[in-house]
Design a protein around this ligand. Structure first.
Ligand SMILES: *Cc1c(COP(=O)(O)O)cnc(C)c1O
Length: 411
């Protein structure tokens, strides 16, 4: 192999971030150790000062966790260059959950009196954080429609205290897709910290660092782990110095650290990441096309169909339109409940991004507690079904959907 040939993305999924083991284990073991030893007082001094690399305490770092962090940083930076034309360097910090990662990033960047500029249709946890928790800490969120670029610019001109732009694309649960190139360039022009929740797309489909964002966050619980075996989250940052100092400090003090077992499961899942994503996406397209033609279905919401209002944006910035879709059953709430109960192969569960297909009926589960009018206003109608398309043989997924929909329900 020529010395300077960069490794392929799939190879980085397998080998990226791995360092040889002192006991010659092929895979990095699960380091179940809360603390680390020093040979001498001098070595402790060197490690604490940062003059010698080393682990100190489990909340601060762990070798199994480091491998997952470095692998994901390499994938987010894959093929990208910094301002000098050198390969882009990123630093990642793994957390106990996606929400923990988001909190570290927000609290590490914002002070009381500053505001966040963000959009409708965010992951529920982030939305609640922005609406109910952060305002009491003096950090308010301005929530507007990010499709309306003139409105975004107007908001930025009107308020100098906006410090951070928060983007989620594609967004959970509506699959709204936002133009990263336009929004990030605007955010940078106004000197904001720009961050993107890349959970739905993953670095396989979309690399926000291409648009000069400052941070990317993931719920690694989803496609990155891919097997539904662990909750986790990650913050990936471009300012390596800030990541190593301020953000690392915030992470250590808030205490939302991951653990070796979950990190091992994540690294293991990432080994087949690109293979899974290809299959997820091709299956999702076929399922969407099947649903679009089915008489019991009123509407299919998939970024790969021309009928999706954001299909063109998805095409511009994503390699494939992803594995998430939703559809509306003509028979409303009852049809939704009947459909869910008839499924034999696909699993009725919240969450997404696992190898097997997950299906949920928000009106009878996640959104039970939301007033009907309000829920419908958010696009969560009575017969809406959300689907995370898995990597099974696609005929089996389609056959299960077909038998569960049965004959056309009476409207
Ligand atoms: C699941 C999810 C989160 C939260 O992640 P957890 O791992 O559940 O804490 C954040 N953003 C998006 C887009 C998600 O889907």
């Amino acid at each position: 192999m020529a010395e300077n040939t960069p490794l392929g993305f799939d190879t980085v999924c397998l080998h990226g971030g791995h360092t040889p083991e002192s006991n010659r284990a092929h895979l990095t073991p699960i380091y179940a150790s809360s603390t680390y030893t020093f040979d001498s007082a001098q070595q402790a001094i060197d490690v604490f000062k940062g003059d010698e690399k080393g682990y100190i305490y489990g909340r601060w770092g762990n070798p199994t966790i480091t491998e997952a962090e470095e692998k994901i940083a390499l994938l987010e930076a894959y093929g990208l260059k910094d301002a000098k034309g050198d390969p882009l360097q990123l630093k990642a910090i793994l957390h106990a959950s996606g929400m923990a990662a988001i909190c570290t990033m927000l609290l590490g960047n914002l002070k009381a009196g500053q505001k966040i500029l963000t959009h409708h249709s965010l992951y529920g946890g982030m939305h609640e954080l922005a609406e109910k928790i952060l305002p009491d800490m003096g950090i308010e969120a301005i929530i507007i429609d990010f499709h309306d670029i003139a409105k975004v610019e107007e908001a930025l001109n009107a308020d100098e205290t906006i410090g951070l732009m928060y983007i989620e694309t594609p967004a959970n649960p509506t699959l709204q897709c936002l133009d990263l190139e336009v929004l990030c360039s605007l955010g940078k022009t106004y000197g904001l910290t720009v961050c993107v929740d890349n959970t739905f797309a993953t670095p396989y489909l979309q690399q926000p660092f291409k648009y000069d964002v400052d941070y990317v966050m993931h719920s690694t619980t989803k496609f990155l782990n891919g097997h539904g075996t662990a909750i986790g989250g990650i913050v990936v940052g471009k300012d390596v110095e800030k990541m190593s100092k301020g953000i690392t400090k915030m992470h250590r003090l808030l205490g939302g650290n991951s653990n070796a077992f979950d990190a091992f499961l994540l690294t293991n899942g990432l080994r087949t990441f690109s293979l899974r994503m290809e299959r997820h996406c091709s299956n999702a397209m076929q399922v969407a096309q099947f649903l679009e033609k089915h008489e019991a279905v009123a509407h299919v919401n998939y970024l790969g169909l021309d009928s999706h209002p954001d299909a063109a944006i998805a095409k511009k910035q994503m390699k494939h339109p992803g594995a998430m879709l939703s559809f509306e059953l003509k028979g409303g709430f009852d049809a939704g409940v009947q459909f869910i109960d008839k499924l034999k192969l696909c699993t009725n569960a919240v969450s997404l991004g696992t190898c097997d297909t997950l299906i949920s009926h928000p009106a009878s589960s996640t959104h039970m507690g939301v007033a009907r009018e309000k829920r419908i206003q958010f696009g969560i109608t009575d017969g809406l079904i959300r689907m995370s398309v898995g990597i099974e043989n696609v005929e089996d997924i389609i056959n299960d959907l077909e038998q569960a929909m049965g004959k056309t329900p009476n409207p």
